[in-house]
Design a protein around this ligand. Structure first.
Ligand SMILES: NC(=O)NCCC(=O)O
Ligand SMILES: [Zn+2]
Ligand SMILES: [Zn+2]
Length: 487
């Protein structure tokens, strides 16, 4: 379709994070040009029976990630194809410097990989080591539009950073007006427990779950919140999987701290019994960190999404093949950590959330798109159905059904952790900047269509937090005179 031509979406109901309204949507030049009744355009998309929602934003993916001696199986080509097929129009991936590597070099590597993307993308920068060079380069990274910095409190010996390094990094992020992010698990305890389990003969995937109980996540979450508070920086906790971590986030938010929690769709619907499956492959395919939890933890996460104490639903898409998972035969610590979900996040959340009454359609939009765009400072360009916003839209058929299977999915992985799940609610069309990117079960946006979305730092939340920290800073007591000694 020539760039000058317009498209109108007719007969649908617009659902945003805060309203539900019947109206047409006119798209011109890749953005939303008008919203209202009886609009006309060069092309018509019929949304009869459908909802028109902002495209999903996945704030947490690992495409072609070098990890645990291999690379995650989906790259930006297959990963973003999966995203569009599931109604996600933007992914945010992690640039991951090797310890000692320049941040800008890592960014160049990720920019190169992302050239194949079918949908829009942005990056977070991982802080995997600390030194003057990292401190200096963080400013350049932020100037390049990457204002969120991730720290791993786990993966001892590879990605993990210590508290003093985190504190130094958090203070730097505060000065840059950015967002600190955390993988919260106590890596020292995990490493000790894993070694003990292996020595005692627990070598299978269940050892992965035993070595990473909820307490180690809760402790690390509390620690990260304290460090962020001392540094005066907003904090985003990735893959919040348990009540202990959720409780810490809830308490921090109640105390006025700027903290957000991100459950994954996997943790919301899959539980720890998967690790006790008699088939080694079945269990190993589900190894990820943190591991799946029990029903009580799942209830806590669902409640947090409804109550607003948890803000976003992500995937942490880090897919591996069965052959890769088998690197850990005989030693669960060598099973590559990670699972996929990019294509399934929205249909599964709609089915298990909206379909059960645990979420409203508006809350669904908030946690899959709008809240994420706001926290990551790309709203309302992304995450909105509003005049001037990018026309990243899903035409969502709430009655459409399918059974999830690796046989038909877009991912390069040979399995799907949601295999056999029947979902109701699927995208009929996905639009990326006005281009029909998914229709009739096929991804139609070409490879390379995706564009980088730069994000500025210094959100209103940063500004408010800085002002409050300045006001409440410790100050010396001004005394009129000192006591005279020796009297
Ligand atoms: N989550 C996981 O197991 N793999 C991806 C890397 C990470 O986010 O920790
Ligand atoms: Zn992680
Ligand atoms: Zn991750």
């Amino acid at each position: 379709m020539p760039a000058t031509q317009t498209t109108v979406i007719k007969n649908g109901t617009i659902v945003t994070h805060d309203l539900t309204v019947r109206a047409d949507v006119l798209v011109a030049g890749g953005v939303i040009a008008a919203i209202g009744p009886n609009l006309s355009g060069d092309h018509v998309i019929d949304a009869t029976g459908c909802l028109i929602m902002p495209g999903g934003i996945d704030p947490h993916t690992h495409l072609e990630m070098p990890f645990m001696g291999t690379f995650s199986a989906d790259d930006f080509e297959s990963g973003t194809r999966a995203a569009l097929a599931g109604g996600t129009t933007m992914v945010v991936d992690f640039a991951l410097p090797d310890p000692g590597q320049s941040l800008m070099d890592a960014l160049a590597v990720w920019s190169n990989k992302s050239a194949r993307a079918h949908c829009d993308y942005s990056f977070h920068m991982a802080v995997t080591w600390w030194g003057q060079r990292v401190f200096d380069e963080m400013e350049q990274v932020a100037a390049a539009g990457i204002t969120s910095f991730k720290h791993f409190m786990a993966y001892k010996g590879s990605l993990m950073v210590n508290d003093d390094e985190m504190f130094a990094s958090f203070r730097r992020i505060a000065d840059l007006g950015g967002l600190a992010m955390i993988h919260a698990e106590n890596g020292d305890i995990v490493a000790e427990m894993a070694a003990k389990l292996l020595a005692a003969g627990t070598t299978g995937p269940e050892g992965h779950a035993y070595s990473r109980p909820a307490q180690v996540e809760g402790e690390a979450t509390n620690r990260a919140i304290m460090i962020a508070d001392m540094a005066g920086v907003p904090l985003y906790i990735v893959h919040t999987s348990c009540e202990e971590s959720h409780e810490a986030i809830r308490r921090a938010r109640q105390a006025g701290k700027r903290v957000w929690g991100e459950p994954l769709i996997q943790h919301l619907v899959l539980d720890e019994t998967e690790y006790f499956h008699p088939d080694w492959d079945h269990a190993a395919r589900r190894v990820m960190s943190p591991p799946f939890r029990n029903k009580a933890h799942q209830d806590s996460l669902w409640a947090g999404l409804a109550a607003g104490s948890l803000s976003c639903v992500a995937t942490d898409h880090c897919a591996f093949t069965t052959a890769q998972k088998r690197f850990g035969l005989g030693d669960f610590t060598k099973i590559p950590n990670g699972t996929g979900g990019l294509e399934d996040r929205l249909p599964v959340l709609w089915t298990c959330g909206v379909g059960t009454g645990r979420l409203t359609p508006n809350e669904f939009v908030a946690v899959t798109s709008t809240n994420i765009a706001k926290i990551l400072n790309c709203y309302p360009r992304k995450g909105a159905v509003a005049v001037g916003s990018d026309a990243d839209l899903i035409i969502w058929d709430p009655e459409a059904e399918k059974t999830i299977s690796a046989a038909g999915h877009q991912s390069n992985s040979d399995f799907n952790v949601f295999e056999g799940m029947k979902v109701r609610g699927l995208p009929r069309y996905t639009l990326s900047r006005g281009v029909v990117a998914f229709a009739d079960g096929k991804v139609t946006a070409p490879e390379g269509h995706g564009a980088f979305v730069p994000r500025k730092g210094t959100t209103p939340v940063n500004t408010a937090l800085q002002a409050w920290k300045e006001l409440t800073n410790p100050r010396p007591v001004v005394r009129s005179g000192l006591p005279v000694t020796g009297v």
